[in-house]
Design a protein around this ligand. Structure first.
Ligand code: BES
Ligand code: ZN
Ligand code: ZN
Length: 490
């Protein structure tokens, strides 16, 4: 789908359909008033994300609570989603500005349009019809003046980032028999080629040489050998260095601590952290941000078999720490432990951010839609919460560490256990486990994002479709964008 900003009034633009985002519940707004009676007859109330198609008039109305990005983004997405499978090929829409000169809403509008036009139909015999062209008119919803150049820049950013979110969604949605570690590596190479960035792939023998024994143990029972991937985007005069580390479990059966059948379904999504890392590095490159970004991925399949790693095994991680395995389903932290060590060995970064569908406990704690943010630096946590909740429209909440929860990971025979001795606070104890693999000087540079809730949800929510959402891509891209800006600027 192509989105174009057109410096013309709505009426002077040709399109199959016009989308009108209605922020006035009284339906008396200029663009809406003419249709007030018919909309009321059809019980359209203008509530957030409520849609009404008036085919004869070639208008699609969608409600939004306000002109804020957080309302415009899902409204635009819901409107576009309602057109999937219909014959409309081109649509037009007004510009929306929440306040004078501020183009943030336009970026959100563009993001919503691209995110809403997504469906995963790679495995459907019949592909759905989709809109091909969207024209955003310079006519502003409330008659505000729109600076064409600033508008184009904002729209372009929204489109580029949303396309990367959609790429991440495609990867996560792809079934495990078609997407295993080797394919993750090919995908990384493909992105590296397109974006002209560096890509290094470690195969099993290379991983052995790096003593990443915890990762190798998790991988052992799979017929698909593991990969460790390192992508680097290195612009000239970079203002900071960021390392991203992603959990890439292309399937998580639980291993010998096998998941019950109902919990195993959807575990193709256990590669969401890694897939987000790919989406972010691509977005950062598309936006040409002056920040050096490294993406590290541990791509592994957690299976059962005669040679599977076992509860009771003691593993030695890359940094020499020994880990008593008490549950083979707590495998993500074992993979991340080694990849975090590798990332710190390879790159001296100012920020280290790991992303993982790490714990069911995080979903229990904060719900399906919210990412759990953990770390030792309050400032970093606050910055990430701002990037998520205020700038990107993703949801994130802080989960606080404390020294008493840390003690619950003690082992009698090894340096640490891979699970806690309490049923409570499982997302935090998983985060505390990871902190054992962060070097002392990096403790305040590190953030852990548990995306187990939002990464894959089996229903539509706001700008997100059924299935993979691409969680983390918008949030972390915003976080990195902010690093490139002078202090105080949003
Ligand atoms: N991949 C799962 C976590 C998960 C659960 C992601 C639900 C998305 C939705 C992870 O590897 C896992 O199984 N964690 C265990 C840890 C437990 C054994 C301490 C869990 O959360 O139950
Ligand atoms: Zn697991
Ligand atoms: Zn897992």
């Amino acid at each position: 789908m192509k989105i174009e900003f057109i410096d013309k009034k709505l009426n002077d633009i040709e399109a199959d359909l016009e989308i009108i985002i209605v922020t006035d519940k009284n339906l008396e707004h200029d663009l809406v008033a003419k249709y007030k009676d018919i909309l009321e007859d059809a019980s359209f109330s203008g509530a957030q994300d409520e849609v009404m198609l008036l085919a004869e008039s070639k208008k699609l109305f969608v409600g939004a609570g306000s002109l804020k990005s957080a309302d415009i983004r899902p409204a635009a997405a819901t409107a576009m989603r309602s057109l999937i499978g219909k014959k409309y090929k081109s649509v037009k829409i007004a510009s929306y500005l929440s306040h004078k000169k501020c183009t943030a809403t336009l970026r959100a509008l563009a993001e919503g349009l691209v995110l809403g036009n997504y469906s995963f139909d790679a495995y459907k015999s019949k592909k759905s019809d989709k809109v091909k062209n969207v024209y955003i008119s310079s006519q502003e919803y409330n008659g505000k003046e729109v600076d064409a150049e600033a508008a184009k820049r904002a729209i372009n950013k929204g489109v580029e980032v949303a396309k990367c979110v959609n790429m991440t969604r495609d990867i996560v949605n792809t079934p495990p028999d078609d997407f295993y570690p080797k394919i993750m590596a090919s995908k990384a190479k493909e992105i590296a080629k397109e974006e002209n960035i560096e890509c290094k792939i470690l195969k099993k023998e290379d991983i052995e040489k790096e003593s990443m024994n915890a990762l190798l143990s998790v991988a052992r029972a799979s017929t698909h050998s593991p990969r460790v991937i390192h992508l680097s985007y290195k612009p000239k005069d970079a203002k900071a260095v960021v390392s991203l580390v992603g959990k890439g479990l292309t399937y998580d059966s639980g291993g010998l601590s096998l998941k019950p059948s109902d919990f195993m379904v959807t575990m193709k999504s256990d590669k969401s952290g890694a897939s987000a890392v790919l989406g972010i590095i691509k977005a950062v490159s598309r936006l040409k941000l002056p920040i050096e970004v490294h993406g590290f991925i541990g791509a592994v399949e957690n299976m059962i078999g005669g040679n599977a790693y076992k509860p009771d095994d003691v593993l030695k991680a890359k940094n020499g720490k020994t880990i008593e395995v008490r549950n083979t389903d707590a495998e993500g932290r074992l993979v991340l432990a080694d990849v975090l060590c590798y990332a710190q060995q390879e790159v001296k970064a100012d920020y280290i951010i790991d992303m993982a569908t790490l714990t069911g406990a995080c979903v229990v704690g904060v719900g399906n839609y919210t990412t759990g943010v953990m770390g030792n630096s309050e400032k970093l946590i606050e910055d990430m919460l701002y990037a998520a909740n205020t700038a990107s429209g993703e949801f994130a909440a802080k989960l606080p560490f404390n020294r008493y929860l840390k003690k619950t990971l003690k082992s009698n025979i090894a340096d640490i256990c891979n699970i806690s001795n309490t049923r409570y606070g499982g997302a935090i104890t998983a985060g505390l486990f990871l902190s054992e693999f962060i070097e002392e000087e990096n403790q305040n540079k590190w953030l852990h994002l548990d995306i187990a809730g939002p990464a894959f949800v089996e229903h539509v929510w706001g700008e997100n479709p059924h299935g993979a959402s691409g969680a983390g891509v918008r949030m972390v891209t915003r976080f990195i964008e902010k690093l490139a800006k002078p202090k105080g600027e949003h």
